[in-house]
Design a protein around this ligand. Structure first.
Ligand SMILES: [Ca+2]
Ligand SMILES: [Ca+2]
Length: 137
């Protein structure tokens, strides 16, 4: 579990805790963005009301636009795809170069793809695994 309240998988995926919003009841497309992961958006509008709504992206990729192609599979569950260091919605060579440039540093930065506080070869392996992928909205 990280300070932001989310838990991490060993390969850079993360799992959000329950969230709550103040909004008028109705149908909404729900998008989730993260500083170095490809964003996701629900495939269909979701009814939100005072009654909690469960969106289990980990076990059902069909909830997300693009389905399984928009998610990574880690530890038997779906997660957001890590590697978009410059937050442009694509994982390309500039993301790889960014991780290479930050290699050996520590602290909160976009090149720390597994969010362990350091930018190391593990992070480079993640961006290389996901190179060429792009967000689906
Ligand atoms: Ca990028
Ligand atoms: Ca790292």
């Amino acid at each position: 579990m990280k300070a932001g309240g989310f838990s991490l998988s060993p390969s850079g995926g993360f799992f959000l805790p329950p969230l709550s919003f103040t909004a008028t009841a109705g149908e909404y497309l729900i998008s989730i963005k993260h500083r170095n992961h490809l964003g996701i958006i629900t495939a269909n509008p979701v009814v939100l009301s005072a009654t909690p709504t469960l969106l289990d992206f980990v076990s059902n990729a069909n909830l997300v636009e693009g389905g399984a192609n928009a998610m990574a599979v880690i530890g038997g569950g779906f997660t957001m795809i890590s590697g978009d260091t410059n937050e442009d919605g694509q994982i390309l060579n500039d993301d790889t170069n960014s991780v290479l440039g930050a290699s050996g540093t520590s602290g909160y930065n976009n090149e720390d793809l597994d969010m362990d506080g350091q930018t190391l070869n593990r992070d480079l392996n993640i961006v290389r695994t996901n190179i060429g992928l792009g967000q689906r909205f």
